[in-house]
Design a protein around this ligand. Structure first.
Ligand SMILES: NC(=O)c1ccc[n+]([C@@H]2O[C@H](COP(=O)([O-])OP(=O)(O)OC[C@H]3O[C@@H](n4cnc5c(N)ncnc54)[C@H](O)[C@@H]3O)[C@@H](O)[C@H]2O)c1
Length: 362
């Protein structure tokens, strides 16, 4: 089989997971990496024994090397520019989550994808968790009847990250996009990604900006808690909350209310840093009426998963889609709704009232 020529744009923290996964897939060649910090790509590649791979200091330079595919692992504010450049250079792209910072950027990415005819997939590895997929299977089976309300759960009690995540110029958005995008994806994907119509939201930065709770408070310029009330097509309400820090262990469980039954999804044991909704599931309970019409609760046994590497599955699904000419595993047609909600939450929080969500034609 002809080797798939792959490059990594942005060789920081998460690039390690990408390169390990690519290196574990047969017939994939790591051609090179790029990072705007001088020497960073070289050190990264050498760390994996890839002394012959090319190290570049810009995406443009790397894209001259006739690549088939790239992972975009830069911080959020440069996802769009790097993804568009790679698609214009005829590469398939696996872009890290969140898709971008603004809806306008996400639209540009989706347009470049359409024009190129290449795959653009967004890296939501929790999709490959078997119990998350099982929750979707239960809801899609019709057991709940029509679902009219979804409440997102989780949230960190103390878990503000550092580095590039807390500055607007790099991350663009804080907890809302960093881990909020996972809760949005889990809830929306479970009910079939209906289109968002309006959002009323609030965002705060009380912990990040307070030196009592966060040592780098002077550098902190994003949100650490957001809550939003989102109207979706089909009369569905989406009640969202997510935090990096708060005086609470959780904002609650994930709940799906249907006309015939409800589903409660709990996280595994919450600790002080847990609750991002980016990993495993703890309990699933069906709330319904028994044959005599009495409300009852039925625990649904979890799938017994072998210890699996969600990151490997995410990268493998991208490589498989390229090789077998399949559609993008996690398509922009869905994730653009996720980004539109994040964009709407920022706008609504800034203006102090409900805003419409208008998604341009791609
Ligand atoms: N899927 C996950 O579980 C997961 C986990 C962590 C981070 N992420 C995502 O991955 C992305 C990166 O996170 P990280 O922790 O690796 O950040 P990081 O800051 O450690 O690394 C980002 C790197 O990108 C480089 N970069 C920025 N713009 C560039 C450009 N235009 N061209 C080339 N290089 C550029 C930076 O210099 C930096 O080295 C973020 O979007 C984050 O949300 C995903």
């Amino acid at each position: 089989m002809k080797k798939l020529r792959v490059g990594i744009i942005g060789t920081g923290g998460i690039a390690n997971q990408h390169i390990k996964a690519y290196m574990a897939i047969p017939d994939v060649e790591i051609v090179g990496g790029a990072d705007i910090i001088p020497g960073k790509a070289r050190a990264f590649l050498d760390g994996y024994g890839l002394e012959n791979a090319v190290a570049c200091e810009s995406a443009d330079e790397l894209l001259k090397h006739e690549l088939d595919a790239v992972s975009v692992c830069t911080y959020n504010s440069t996802h769009a520019e790097c993804t568009v450049k790679a698609l214009e250079a005829s590469c398939h792209v696996l872009c890290e989550k969140p898709m971008s910072v603004t809806l306008a950027d996400a639209v540009e990415m989706a347009k470049a994808e359409k024009k190129s005819g290449k795959i653009l997939t967004i890296g939501f590895q929790p999709r490959y968790d078997e119990n998350s997929a099982y929750v979707k299977e239960i809801v899609q089976s019709g057991k709940l009847g029509d679902v009219y309300y979804v409440q997102t759960g989780g949230g960190r009690r103390r878990g503000i990250p550092g580095r590039t995540f807390i500055e607007k110029r790099y991350a663009g958005v804080g907890a809302l996009a960093d881990i909020g995008c996972y809760a949005l994806d889990f809830g929306l994907n479970t009910i079939g990604y209906p289109k968002p119509l309006t959002v009323s939201a609030v965002s705060y930065d009380y912990f990040g900006k307070n030196p009592k709770y966060y040592a780098e408070s002077e550098r902190f310029s994003v949100d650490d808690f957001s809550a939003a009330f989102i109207r979706l097509e089909g009369g569905v309400t989406f009640d969202f909350r997510m935090s990096w820090a708060m005086h609470m262990d959780t904002c609650g469980d994930f709940i799906f209310l249907g006309k015939d039954a409800g589903l409660k999804v709990k996280q595994p044991n919450l600790d002080l840093r847990g609750g991002a909704w980016d990993g495993p599931i703890g309990e699933i309970t069906l709330m319904h009426d028994d044959e005599n019409g009495n409300p009852t609760s039925t625990p649904i046994p979890l799938k017994h998963m072998e210890k699996s590497n969600l990151f490997f599955k995410k990268v493998l699904s991208f490589v498989t889609a390229i090789r077998e000419n399949l559609p993008a595993p996690i398509p922009t047609s869905q994730i653009i709704y996720n980004q539109a909600i994040i964009d709407g939450i920022i706008r609504s929080s800034e203006c102090g009232h409900e805003v419409d969500i208008v998604i341009p034609e791609i």
